[in-house]
Design a protein around this ligand. Structure first.
Ligand code: 5RP
Length: 258
């Protein structure tokens, strides 16, 4: 791995702890005006940014809703072309050129794969193509193991999806926490971060973050359970204390103003 690639990864996964708190606000790419980001996304993003290690979002949100003077590493979503009401969620394409990602000074790009989905092959090809192009510029690729409604979120399925992403050359993988999550971690040779998923009670989301890191995750790439919380800033701070300081979920929960 070349210096630029390693340097970009260490901007995201903090060398001091080997962990990361990625703030995901890319949901609009297929969900449109997602609750919590629907009005004034710029405001909520600015409030949360000081506590995130990186910001994951689309090109449109970056340009319109984030101050260009910030120094936080950007993880740019580069897949899309689908929607929540469309024919099939797995029907994604690459939406951003590597040239534009470079122009936007990103630290990594992210795209979804739908292993077992109708358009599995297309999304795996998207990943391989992006990796080939990003290797030229030393830009790491985060593969997101997306799951359709019909797909199981168990260790067997998630291990399969994460390992395929790593075998194709993804530098980091984002997946879901599940029972026997250690199996997913053990079979994936690159760092794994977990998504938070749909909004759940704060206590449960903090427990999820704690368990994931305990079981070997390199951190979280969390969105709705932060920006849809009654105390979004408190929530990201609490997640941070779990990920970087090994604070337990109960203690972290007690810091929230809810
Ligand atoms: C959507 C994504 C989101 O970034 C991801 O799901 C993280 O957000 P959340 O914690 O809300 O699930 O990649 O495909």
């Amino acid at each position: 791995m070349d210096w630029g690639m390693k340097n970009r990864i260490s901007q995201i996964i903090k060398p001091k702890t080997g962990k990361t708190v990625m703030l995901a606000v890319d949901h609009g790419y297929f969900l449109g005006p997602t609750t919590g980001l629907d009005e004034e996304p710029r405001k909520i993003i600015a409030e949360l940014l000081p506590y995130a290690d990186s910001l994951m979002l689309t090109r449109g949100m970056l340009r319109t809703s984030v101050d260009s003077k910030i120094s936080i590493p950007i993880v740019l979503r580069v897949s899309g072309g689908n929607s929540i009401i469309g024919d099939d969620l797995s029907n994604e394409t690459i939406t951003v050129s590597v040239k534009d990602a470079v122009r936007l000074n990103v630290s990594a790009v992210a795209l979804s794969i739908y292993v077992g989905g109708k358009y599995e092959h297309q999304t795996l090809k998207n990943l391989a193509t992006m990796i080939n192009e990003c290797e030229e510029y030393g830009i790491p690729v985060l593969a997101v193991t997306a799951v359709g409604k019909e797909m199981a979120r168990d260790a067997k399925y998630l291990s399969l999806a994460c390992r395929i992403a790593a075998e194709l050359g993804a530098h980091m993988v984002k997946t879901y926490y599940c029972e026997d999550f250690e199996k997913v971690i053990k079979s994936c040779p690159v760092p794994v971060v977990i998504a938070g998923g749909k909004k759940i009670p704060e206590k449960d989301a903090l427990e999820l973050a704690y368990n994931a890191v305990r079981d070997g995750a390199a951190g979280v790439d969390m969105g709705r359970n932060i920006f849809q919380s009654q105390d979004p800033v408190g929530m990201i701070k609490a997640v941070r204390s779990i990920v970087h300081e090994n604070v337990n979920a109960k203690k972290a929960y007690e810091t929230l103003k809810i």
